[in-house]
Design a binder for this molecule. Structure first.
Ligand code: GDP
Length: 170
């Protein structure tokens, strides 16, 4: 069998939990201190996907807080096979930016497997986005929606498993 390699990019405003999500999935840890960089270009994680019966190597790319600089965009997006569009439950701007992130990824990568992720659902008490609004934009952009809590490891592996399965099937 040929090795399947999948580059995943995680896109969204700063502070929504992108680095934490990658770290959680790749290493199974959550670190609460804010880190501007994970110190490497990407993390690697091998997983057997039982639904499709394939071993997949995920290459997990982090923008390392440089999401606003167009110069890194090209290298970051190049060769991506899947994308997580992420926003935070407690950050209205991050939700309002989803469509423009979607456009940017679409312009750079064309069609690739994409999902919408609402992170920090442990903070629903402080939510600044209504469930209905989230469902509406997911429908409009035709994206599968996941609600995650990286902090408590809720739904994180499900997101990556879904991306892997869809990538292998396509
Ligand atoms: P990035 O800038 O998008 O890469 O975001 P980070 O991964 O650096 O996370 C920003 C902050 O949000 C950090 O303080 C994280 O610990 C925190 N964070 C990430 N995920 C969660 C979550 O699910 N719940 C809560 N309460 N905090 C989170």
């Amino acid at each position: 069998d040929v090795d399947i390699t999948l580059k995943v990019i995680v896109v969204g405003n700063g502070q929504v939990g992108k680095t934490s999500m990658i770290t959680r999935f790749a290493k199974g840890i959550f670190t609460n201190e804010y880190k501007k960089t994970i110190g490497v270009d990407f993390l690697e994680k091998r997983t057997f996907l039982k639904d499709v019966g394939e071993e997949v190597t995920y290459l997990l790319w982090d923008t390392a807080g440089q999401e606003e600089y167009d110069a890194i965009t090209r290298a970051y997006y190049k060769g991506a096979g899947a994308c997580i569009l992420a926003f935070s439950t407690t950050d209205r701007d991050s939700f309002d930016a989803i469509e423009s992130w979607y456009k940017k990824v679409h312009d750079e990568c064309g069609n690739l497997v994409m999902v919408l992720v609402q992170n920090k659902v442990d903070l629903l008490d402080e939510a600044v986005v209504e469930a209905k609004e989230v469902e509406t934009i997911a429908k409009k952009l035709r994206l599968k929606l996941y609600r995650t809590c990286v902090k408590d490891d809720l739904n994180v592996s499900e997101v990556f498993t879904h991306l892997g399965n869809e990538f292998v099937k396509n």
